[in-house]
Design a protein around this ligand. Structure first.
Ligand SMILES: Nc1ncnc2c1ncn2[C@@H]1O[C@H](COP(=O)(O)OP(=O)(O)OP(=O)(O)O)[C@@H](O)[C@H]1O
Ligand SMILES: Nc1ncnc2c1ncn2[C@@H]1O[C@H](COP(=O)(O)OP(=O)(O)OP(=O)(O)O)[C@@H](O)[C@H]1O
Ligand SMILES: [Mg+2]
Ligand SMILES: [Mg+2]
Lengths: 165, 155, 155, 165
């Protein structure tokens, strides 16, 4: 199983839809400060079920919706989809590609979808169980997280090991 | 539950001590439980010894040495409980150029186990990857893709 | 005492709002007292608006934008209460190459007021300074000077 | 007034004496990870009167003494001197150069010296009063401090302003 593509629309600074293909072993994302690189990392963390607005650098979940700029009005919703290769049927679904999506509207309510049909977060978590994916802390290392790991006290470092157990 | 924690801890400890030596090209490191009798809530401590130096607590190492030690821990966790892909956001920022190159070579060894997406500002990392996406912030405050393959431009 | 805090705060606020615009090449920023009636213990808040974007709290900015905002604050403090010299340890680490150049040009403007010693890994900073000291760790675990002027080697 | 030179001996990784002249407006210190760059920053902070071992990345003051390596024995003391230009008599001393020194032995006891004669920390602080130098937090910005400033809560940010007042 691997990550084929991520599609982002209306999430943070992505007012317009953006599609990123990841069909090589190592892909780099580069760009000036403030251009939206970490917003992609947040999008991946969010679609996999992140529940804390603080972990997405916001104060409430609706903060992830494009809030407008000097020239553009705010978006009314945000939507992110991850396209996973499933040709080896690692995921318990009979399709070669599995699309996991999350949408949120201004009221902060989220919808989850698997292959475009609505489901609960619980279904997404069950689908991804035992794959190592999901909202755990070390497959998506956000900016500054490495410094946080180094500076953490022994009792906090323990949490990393509990998640891996 | 506690058994699971203990076995996982010892698996990660073993991998961490290996990965550290690989990343630092020598030296040694140790993971230890602060209190082995209280598995339910004991903390975990890292002591590390870069090549040629004395064994020290993590706080006495330099910024780059600590970052490289934390990276070794993330990769030890990867070996014990692998995920299909990893997204790493500027974890190379504290490293000097030699360590950026060493880390990028290290990443390449793991592409059999997992897929990587790295956010970076470092040229030595950009020249090591297969594909690069460039982003830019437009004058409307929105993110757009600049070009699909900057790799030709970096060379 | 409180008067002193208040006057200093407003002096720094004025300088910060200037320096921010210089460093970001536009946009605007504001320093504000959380509770002006309780001068004895009120907090201080920063809101910033990089060019083309909406005004936001510091937490919603990017890593590099936040670092540049904090640098603007340090230089505002420098203008209000100058020190003869400043030692800055890798404050350019989160910045992209364009901002490293912009920051190094900014430093040069201040050499009439103060002297600077900067620790850095960034080539664009090294090419901007007058003199470079190179350090190395010997195999005996001690620091030695490599050469007094790497500047020729960087070019 | 400007910083002419720093001399470090037996402090952290400087088992051998090192002299760094700073006779230009901007000087860069470069080198591989772990080569001793931040140790110079700590030396400057220490000689100006730093009292907290934690701010020097240690647990007790004697941690600043060279602790030995695989090939060298530990040092018995650490000594740092700052040489300041005083040709304009900014400092209230009748010499063109003022040397401020600090020494510490294994018992953790520090001695302070001005122009090679012993004094108290209070004398060093009085000498540097109103110059902006001294153990304040923004003329020496240690590694990671910028991130700390950004992440600090409003009530902590206030401390920077109090020091400047
Ligand atoms: N008391 C001591 N005795 C001997 N060595 C010490 C002592 N204290 C610190 N060190 C060593 O100094 C090294 C750290 O140096 P320093 O933090 O200055 O590195 P640096 O050049 O700033 O690196 P980076 O680029 O990673 O920030 C560490 O490897 C540490 O082991
Ligand atoms: N809901 C939102 N609506 C519009 N813009 C947003 C929203 N949330 C964040 N942003 C903008 O996105 C930008 C930050 O993007 P991001 O953190 O991805 O930058 P980055 O490319 O990682 O930069 P750096 O290299 O400095 O880390 C900020 O300038 C911020 O204003
Ligand atoms: Mg970022
Ligand atoms: Mg350092």
């Amino acid at each position: 199983m691997f990550l084929k593509k991520i599609k982002i629309k209306g999430f943070k600074s992505f007012a317009k839809t953006i599609n990123l293909q990841f069909d090589t072993p190592i892909t780099a994302i580069v760009g000036p400060n403030g251009s939206g690189k970490s917003n992609i990392v947040d999008a991946a963390r969010w679609v996999l079920g992140e529940q804390s607005a603080k972990n997405l650098r916001g104060t409430e979940m609706a903060d992830v919706i494009f809030s407008g700029s000097e020239k553009l009005p705010p978006s009314s919703s945000a939507e992110v989809s991850l396209y996973l290769d499933n040709s080896e049927r690692v995921l318990d679904i009979e399709t070669d590609e599995v699309k996991i999506s999350r949408e949120v509207t201004e009221d902060g309510q989220s919808d989850y979808l698997i292959n475009d049909s609505k489901c609960r977060l619980k279904d997404v978590n069950e689908l991804l169980m035992d794959t190592g994916l999901g909202n755990n802390s070390y497959s998506i290392v956000s900016q500054g997280k490495i410094t946080q790991i180094i500076n953490s006290k022994p009792e906090n470092l323990r949490e990393l090991f509990e998640e891996a157990a | 539950m506690m058994d699971k924690f203990k076995t996982t801890f010892y698996e990660i400890k073993e991998q961490f001590e290996d990965v550290f030596v690989e990343l630092f090209n020598g030296g040694r490191a140790e993971l230890s439980l602060v209190d082995e009798t209280a598995l339910l809530d004991t903390g975990v401590e890292i002591i590390a010894q870069p090549p040629g130096k004395k064994l020290k607590k993590l706080t006495l190492l330099s910024g780059g040495e600590r970052a490289l030690t934390a990276i070794a821990l993330v990769f030890a966790l990867l070996r014990v409980n692998p995920s299909p892909f990893y997204i790493l956001d500027e974890i190379d920022a504290p490293l000097d150029d030699v360590n950026v190159v060493r880390f990028s070579n290290f990443l390449k060894e793991y592409t059999d186990f997992a897929q990587f997406v790295v956010v970076t500002h470092r040229k030595h990392m950009m020249t090591a990857v297969n594909n690069i996406y460039g982003l830019t912030m437009t004058d409307k405050g929105t993110t757009e893709l600049v070009s699909l393959n900057l790799k030709e431009q970096i060379q």
